[in-house]
Design a protein around this ligand. Structure first.
Ligand SMILES: Nc1ncnc2c1ncn2[C@@H]1O[C@H](COP(=O)(O)OP(=O)(O)OP(=O)(O)O)[C@@H](O)[C@H]1O
Ligand SMILES: O=P(O)(O)OC[C@H]1O[C@H](OP(=O)(O)OP(=O)(O)O)[C@H](O)[C@@H]1O
Length: 302
């Protein structure tokens, strides 16, 4: 790639592999950011925007954005805090995927039942800063002095194996479904941090063009997230039952009403949270709504 072709382009960092990669590509598609990434190339220009995508390890993205080498990025909130860069970037948007929790875990069958039991012992983690701060606080609370305090050490991966290998009495590790934890015979005794993927922008000077493009991208991504979280519910209802039906689902702003060609009947259209739709349909039917239809959203602007 000719570096000149990046001149003036907004640089947007995306995790190059791992847990967040595929979801980020889906978000880019939803926001209509078109690009063709030649095999193994980590920088590629968008075909329909004045931006270039930069594919980086998720853990490196906070540093690139914080220093202003790239202007915008997607990564986990956990890696931003762990890099100590939370104050060097601005969080634009929570993206609603990559949700997991950094948890303190110990062997299920062992003697340690609480974090107080674990204090003063050995903890292994890939999150040295976050786990370090957590156990500092715990040790302070328990008034543990030098020599009694918890020993937090770093490993780069396979953290779950540390207890079985005799390296640690407990670990601090990410948990999503809990499958990995259970397979290793561990259980969680506390949460250090809840995290999800976020859109971050640099605090370094951004040109007005870049500010405007970031705003457009941000709004488009917010639309994609809303479209993923909501469905449109349409139903017919007699006017006598309308107030009760509106109480069941008041919508994001308000329901859209249209008169049917049948006296005293209305057609109602309303946005409903996807996770609530089954209950909402039951309740609508209960208050007299009929012909209840549900539609997925491809995209929306809210
Ligand atoms: N189940 C999960 N386990 C770990 N990280 C998850 C999970 N779900 C979402 N994430 C998010 O993804 C980030 C890790 O991203 P990624 O997998 O790219 O990192 P990585 O560990 O460097 O990758 P790899 O394991 O492929 O080397 C985490 O910091 C977290 O924000
Ligand atoms: O609760 P779960 O759904 O099982 O997910 C949590 C596991 O996933 C991650 O590891 P990953 O598979 O990314 O591999 P890694 O250990 O190489 O990071 C994380 O480090 C945990 O080990």
């Amino acid at each position: 790639m000719n570096v000149d072709s990046l001149d003036g382009r907004l640089l947007f960092a995306i995790p190059k592999k791992g847990r967040l990669h595929e979801k980020c590509l889906a978000m880019l598609a939803g926001a209509d950011i078109k690009f063709r990434r030649p095999n193994r190339l980590d920088i590629c220009v968008a075909q329909n925007h004045n931006l270039a995508l930069v594919f980086l390890p998720a853990a490196d993205i906070p540093s690139f954005v914080g220093k202003g080498n790239v202007h915008l990025g997607i990564t986990g909130r956990d890696v931003i805090i762990e890099a100590g860069l939370e104050n060097f970037v601005t969080q634009e948007l929570q993206l609603g995927f990559g949700k997991c929790a950094l948890q303190v875990q110990v062997p299920e069958s062992g003697p340690i039942k609480t974090v107080e039991d674990l204090a003063g012992k050995r903890v292994v983690t890939s999150f040295k800063l976050l786990a370090g701060q957590y156990f500092e606080k715990l040790d302070d609370r328990l008034q543990l002095v030098e020599g009694q305090r918890t020993k937090v050490s770093f490993v780069g991966g396979s953290v779950e194996a540390a207890c079985a290998l005799g390296l640690a009495d407990g670990i601090a590790e990410l948990l999503e479904s809990g499958e990995t934890m259970r397979a290793a015979g561990l259980h969680a005794i506390d949460t250090v941090l809840d995290t999800e993927a976020v859109l971050i922008k640099s605090k370094k000077d951004l040109s007005p063009e870049h500010v405007s493009l970031i705003d457009t991208i941000s709004k488009r991504l917010a639309g994609v997230i809303a479209a993923n979280n909501y469905v449109v519910c349409q139903y017919n209802v007699h006017e006598s039952n309308l107030p009760a039906a509106e109480r069941v689902c008041p919508g994001r702003r308000a329901p859209t009403l249209s008169r049917l060609e049948a006296e005293h009947w209305f057609g109602v259209s309303v946005m409903v949270e996807k996770k609530k739709i089954a209950n909402v349909m039951d309740d609508l039917a209960r208050v007299g709504a009929e012909d209840i239809l549900v539609f997925n959203l491809d995209n929306c602007r809210v």
